[in-house]
Design a protein around this ligand. Structure first.
Ligand code: GLC
Length: 601
């Protein structure tokens, strides 16, 4: 176990009392990550913090956000048309999933031309206009840089694959066949099958961490690294306010590309072989120095495979990024490896994961807080018991997410309480990983019904259905008769127009919670201390800055939860700053099912 985790678990009484805090702070100095160090490192006020720590980042999946052209898919102008809505949510930056020219084998995560916009999303002028218009709203645009790999239709790859001696011959990872003519090693790609594909013209295989249509760039080649930096600088000069770097932990491969331990299909997961390979940070320091260093443009890395205990290499004073997505809390059920084999999990595991990220960034570093993105099922299904009231669950999660220390990354629809879909057959699904996981389940002997149940639970398409703006046809997403993925059938209640009218909606709550965070130095800049760790239903933590304290409590169960040790905090005089059940009197000895609450201590 990570010894640092203990630092964030103390009895509630000790956190309540200032003198006890000081004492524990001194006693904890031995591992260099003490609570007092965390306090000292917290900015005295939020004013000293960079803009991207104070704001909310909203992830928009443009293909499903808003169509302005009356077609089945959304576009950049559609994002621009909804800036007022985002402003009202307290959003200061929009992360756009990739909008560059792409054959869309993986919905834009296969880039054919980094310097131009895919026509399905609009034009370069649309992008320039979005950046300008967003700027007028005080919102920056964050671009998604997919640079572990390109599309196989990228001109770089077309040239590289044409022969063994061309100017880009070494831009990708080429290897001769094994002695038997097969793939050079036994790695399995993340979307299934061998991670190698043969090209006749070279008589060689190329490596792809994801689909065959997504060949990996060779980062060992300095020319590749230089061109990647050029791409970043091109978009920085256009006014991008930040970059999200896709699949970044895979850019460095281990020397010799050794076989991994084979599983039943004879292949070994490429993730285990290549994620976070020694030496990767050198590439990333170079990238940072040649791009955003010294500017207020931020970089956030998608860091699958980086452990919480390694965060100090990645963020903070000596880090390579301003923030990284650390995924341990998103895979509590082990579904990353296989959807069909996912297992149950306890609330304590979620607490451990979140507290470990907090502890390892407390005195040095910063991370996003996130519970959804375009690759994950909806959080109201992912983190709450089956049958939960999804509106209550969405509010509960919003309280936790915006109550934690870090920059909230909110995924489109999360603020409206969107939930998963369950389509009647695999043919409805667009996501390549859904098809792969379905096939794998069938190959393991599961019935089509069982395989489909896994897809219902984990498909990335759960997050990719069209945004629901109002009760009109196709939820106001497009005037076209059909949409690229079906609109969720709950659109008549879960939509922006209806929820804007109701104070007690998920959206109404989200806006109040965002305002509370924006106004509160304690929530923005205070340190974090988990309390009541052993409580089986409630996740609770205290945020503290300059002796001001707030207690965040969230009941993750569908039963009432007695406050236990936490009860001492609640009296008739306790100032409840926000409560998911509304503004009426809150019970002083319990949290109602799925209730979350923030109190001033
Ligand atoms: C990242 C993206 C995901 C994509 C993959 C390959 O994990 O978030 O959507 O499929 O990289 O680029």
């Amino acid at each position: 176990m990570n010894p640092r985790i203990n630092m964030t678990r103390r009895t509630f009484a000790s956190v309540l009392s200032a003198s006890a805090l000081a004492l524990v702070g001194c006693a904890a100095g031995s591992n260099g990550q003490s609570a007092s160090a965390a306090s000292a490192s917290s900015s005295a006020s939020a004013q000293d913090m960079p803009w991207w720590k104070k704001t909310i980042v909203y992830e928009a999946y443009p293909k499903s956000f808003q169509s302005t052209k009356g077609v089945e898919t959304g576009d950049i102008a559609g994002v621009a048309s909804r800036l007022d809505y985002l402003k009202e949510l307290g959003v200061g930056a929009i992360w756009l999933t990739p909008v560059f020219v792409s054959p869309m084998a993986d919905n834009g995560y296969d880039v054919a031309d980094y310097y131009n916009i895919d026509p399905s999303f609009g034009t370069m002028e649309d992008m320039e206009e979005l950046i300008a218009k967003a700027g007028e709203h005080g919102i920056k645009i964050v671009l998604d840089m997919v640079v572990n790999h390109t599309s196989n239709k990228n001109a770089w790859f077309v040239e590289s694959s044409s022969s063994k001696n061309n100017s880009k011959a070494d831009w990708y990872i080429w290897r001769d066949p094994a002695k038997d003519g097969g793939a050079p090693n036994n790695w399995r790609g993340i979307f299934g099958g061998s991670a190698w594909t043969y090209v006749e013209a070279r008589g060689q295989y190329y490596l792809h961490t994801f689909l065959p249509e997504q060949p990996d760039l060779n980062w060992e080649n300095a020319e590749v690294r230089k061109e990647v930096a050029n791409v970043f600088n091109f978009w920085r000069n256009k006014g991008a306010g930040g970059f999200r770097i896709d699949a970044v932990t895979y850019i460095k491969k281990p020397a010799g590309l050794p076989d991994g331990t084979a599983e039943s299909d004879g292949l070994a997961p490429i993730h285990d072989a290549t994620a976070n390979t020694e030496g990767i940070l050198d590439f990333l320091h170079e990238l940072r120095n040649n791009t955003v260093a010294g500017t207020d443009c931020f970089m956030v890395g998608e860091a699958n495979g980086v452990q919480a205990s390694e965060l100090s290499d990645w963020v903070g004073e000596n880090g390579v990024f301003d923030m990284v997505f650390e995924f341990s809390h998103m895979d509590l059920d082990g579904h990353d490896a296989s959807w069909i084999d996912a297992h149950g999990w306890e609330l304590s595991a979620l607490k451990d994961a979140l507290s470990a990220t907090q502890a390892n960034t407390a005195s040095n570093g910063w991370c996003p807080t996130f519970f959804e993105n375009h690759d994950q099922p909806r959080c109201v299904v992912n983190f709450f018991p089956e049958g939960s009231d999804t509106d209550l669950a969405a509010k509960c999660m919003a309280t936790v997410q915006l109550g934690l220390r870090g920059t909230p990354f909110v995924y489109q629809g999360q603020e409206l309480g969107f939930t998963n879909v369950a389509w009647p057959s695999i043919d409805y699904y667009n996501d390549p990983s859904s098809h792969n996981q379905y096939d794998q389940a069938i190959a393991k002997g599961h019935t089509p019904e069982e395989a489909l149940a896994g897809v219902h639970r984990f498909s990335r398409d759960n997050a990719r259905t069209p945004m629901q703006w109002d009760t009109s046809s196709n939820a106001g997403f497009t005037t076209a008769p059909t949409t690229w993925l079906p609109v969720h059938n709950d659109y008549e209640t879960q939509n922006a127009a209806v929820e804007s009218e109701r104070d007690d909606s998920v959206l109404g709550y989200f806006r109040r919670m965002a305002e509370l965070r924006e106004r509160s130095d304690v929530l923005l800049a205070g340190n974090y201390e988990e309390v009541a760790h052993d409580h089986e239903q409630i996740y609770a933590f205290v945020r503290e800055l300059n002796s001001k304290k707030m207690l965040v409590m969230a009941n993750f169960s569908t039963e009432e939860a007695s406050l236990g040790d936490l009860a001492g905090t609640m009296s008739d005089a306790t100032k409840v700053l926000i409560d998911t059940y509304g503004s009426g009197p809150a019970p002083t000895s319990a949290l109602r099912p799925l209730e979350a609450r923030i109190c001033e201590l």
